[in-house]
Design a protein around this ligand. Structure first.
Ligand code: PFF
Length: 449
């Protein structure tokens, strides 16, 4: 079974949609608007876009190239590029990171699934009622575990079906659907009376709101939202043909991800301002503030329903890329059949996701300096494993595999847009050093609380 021929995306569009599907997720629609709200709106947006261009683009090109060059999962890719060295451990860290992120990502995605039904039934009016509804949902057992289970079954089912028949088939339907739903919700938001204030918040920069923390938030968000630093893009790149363009694909994936994040902001802030709510509500923005907004807005039941359908779709196309990293490792390196890997690993990840759910009820006293159990999982994955993996990957590409090899691979099959030498200082110095510094500050900040 281990010798099944490696699959390839049917078309370059298939690859771009799958990678954009990986990138566009809870990070864009749940996380990006609330971080923008907390970190001061447009000023954050500008810093974030600089990070996307100078960190996101070189890393995206590098990871796609590593995958396409080696035709391997992250561990196999590092082994192939630096045989008989310990560098493969970076790939191992990536596989582990995918495992950890998916376990709690699926829990949050489960909340989103349950909100589809809550929205259809009509959200209660007032922020206190919305807050109580959210509290009641997450402190339950059957509900959150059930939806987490359903979401993992969907994810594992798609991965079991394969790269082309599973992932590619699903993203070709879901990604256009997601764009249409988002545009509908945006249209509703910007046509509310008083929406202009929300748009001003997003697009008129107030630099007095910028602190060192703003830069940390922007870099972390750039890695998370583009699925970089843990081998998801290496894995997806390993199914890309040599004939396909890498630099151009990277621009399209990043462009789609950024457009969706900005559109999500445009869908959320005008509505929040128009109805007199607070933009800086934090992680509860989507699950508490928005339901209260939908409860008051004309046709809010319909738009609330559409919003949580689109949030769940975005989460699903990201979750499959997280599971694919783990599955590709067991298929390539351990010779497991794909179906068995998807089901066994999906089941294990489901179980690992249960403690964060219990952390809101029977294990309420469990927690760490990073917060409750879900916060702790998120902190370990997002603030430690992801930046560490990203910095090491950049260092590896810049100093071990080498800039020439990165650009030769990236430029093979490329059209007009080719990768230039400007990426060299970023891969060699700026990203490894900058991201490590950010990570250390971030950890220090949380530990000293
Ligand atoms: N990019 C996803 C999001 O923004 O929600 C999260 C993610 C998916 C991170 C896949 C990492 C990954 F490999």
């Amino acid at each position: 079974m281990a010798n099944e021929p490696r699959e390839q995306w049917g078309t370059r569009l298939g690859f771009v949609l799958a990678a954009a599907g990986s990138a566009v997720g809870l990070g864009n629609i749940w996380r990006f608007p609330y971080v923008t709200g907390v970190e001061g709106g447009a000023a954050f947006l500008i810093i974030y876009i600089v990070c996307i261009v100078f960190i996101g683009y070189p890393m995206m090109v590098t990871e796609i190239s590593m995958g396409r060059n080696t035709l391997r999962n992250p561990v196999g890719a590092f082994k192939a590029l630096a045989p008989n060295t310990p560098w493969w451990l970076i790939g191992g860290l990536g596989v582990l990171t995918g495992f950890v992120i998916l376990s709690y990502y699926s829990v949050i995605a489960g909340w989103s699934l349950s909100y589809i039904f809550k929205a259809a039934a009509g959200f209660p009016e007032g922020i206190d009622a919305a807050d109580a509804m959210f509290g009641e949902h997450i402190t339950g057992l059957g509900g959150p575990i059930g939806y987490h289970f359903v979401f993992m079954v969907l994810t594992a089912g798609i991965i079991a079906a394969g790269v082309v028949k599973g992932i590619q088939r699903v993203v070709k339907i879901l990604m256009p659907l997601l764009a249409i739903l988002l545009l509908l919700v945006v249209f509703r938001a910007v046509t509310l009376p008083g929406a202009g204030e929300g748009l001003a918040f997003m697009f008129a920069p107030d630099f007095s709101a910028v602190t060192p923390q703003t830069f940390l938030a922007a870099i972390g968000q750039a890695f998370f939202t583009l699925s970089l630093g843990m081998g998801a893009i290496i894995t997806y790149g390993s199914y890309l043909s040599k004939k396909d363009e890498v630099p151009n694909s990277a621009v399209q994936i990043i462009g789609a991800d950024t457009a969706i994040a900005v559109l999500a902001g445009i869908a959320i802030f005008p509505a929040v301002f128009a109805l007199g709510f607070e933009p800086g509500a934090g992680p509860g923005l989507v699950f508490v503030t928005l339901p209260a907004v939908f409860a008051e807005m004309p046709a809010g039941t319909l738009f609330g329903f559409l919003f949580f359908v689109l949030l769940s779709i975005a989460a699903l196309t990201s979750a499959i890329s997280l599971l694919e990293v783990v599955v590709a490792y067991f298929v390539d390196e351990k010779g497991w059949p794909r179906k068995q890997a998807a089901l066994v690993l999906g089941a294990v990840i489901f179980v690992v996701g249960i403690p964060p759910i219990l952390g809101y009820s029977v294990w309420a006293e469990a927690g760490t300096f990073a917060g409750d159990l879900l916060d702790t999982y998120d902190f370990i994955a997002d603030s430690v494993m992801l930046p560490f993996g990203g910095a090491l990957t950049a260092f590896f590409a810049g100093h071990v595999w080498g800039i020439k090899n990165v650009s030769d691979e990236a430029n093979e099959g490329a059209g007009n847009l080719r990768i230039g030498n400007w990426i060299a200082p970023f891969l060699k110095y700026v990203i490894p050093a900058g991201v490590l510094i950010v990570m250390l500050f971030g950890i220090y900040g949380v530990v000293t609380g």
